[in-house]
Design a protein around this ligand. Structure first.
Ligand code: HEM
Length: 142
């Protein structure tokens, strides 16, 4: 079980590294001056590759978590409110991941209208999600 938990933590950390860096590229994309197509194409290529990689890392992160929960029964049954709250945070993280994919599509189609300031705030969301998930699973406050 400890090997599964160790791998779960490694893939979760890798998944979130992608979720934390991708919006940073969006901040730069939102600041690309009109006519700088080479820079725009370079940033779009980086974002596409990073999104693909981040998606590949999310799969084992979630699968190993499900194995701990459903396979080993950790956090199952009454008195494990922390696990239910954590699953809520996980769904939000998956929603955030999905919104990054649709924001990238808007940049590719040149239909993004959001400012770099908006993306700087958007970039803080995964920090809060990671904080919430780790506190819930380590401290188990309820
Ligand atoms: C489907 C999604 C997930 C499920 C079902 C899940 C389930 C679990 C379970 C059952 C444990 C073992 C807890 C224990 O031994 O006390 C665990 C450990 C852990 N999970 Fe997840 N997890 C998921 C996603 C995540 C995410 C998204 C994060 C972080 C953002 C995360 C962070 C952690 C950490 C840090 C531990 C180690 C806790 C410890 O050793 O005390 N997990 N997870």
């Amino acid at each position: 079980m400890l090997w599964i938990k160790a791998l779960h933590i490694v893939f979760v950390a890798s998944w979130f590294a992608g979720l934390l860096y991708l919006p940073r590229i969006f901040v730069n994309l939102a600041q690309v001056p009109p006519g700088s197509d080479a820079e725009r194409q370079r940033l779009l290529l980086m974002a596409r590759k990073l999104l693909r990689f981040t998606t590949l890392l999310a799969v084992p992160a979630l699968a190993l978590g499900l194995w701990l929960w459903l396979g080993y029964g950790i956090g199952r049954g009454p008195g494990n409110g922390w696990m239910h709250a954590k699953l809520g945070v996980v769904l939000l993280a998956m929603g955030y991941h999905h919104s990054c994919a649709s924001l990238l599509r808007q940049f590719v189609a040149s239909t993004n209208r959001r400012s770099h300031v908006w993306f700087r705030w958007f970039n803080e969301v995964p920090v809060l999600l990671l904080l919430a998930a780790v506190v819930l699973v380590v401290v188990k406050p309820f």
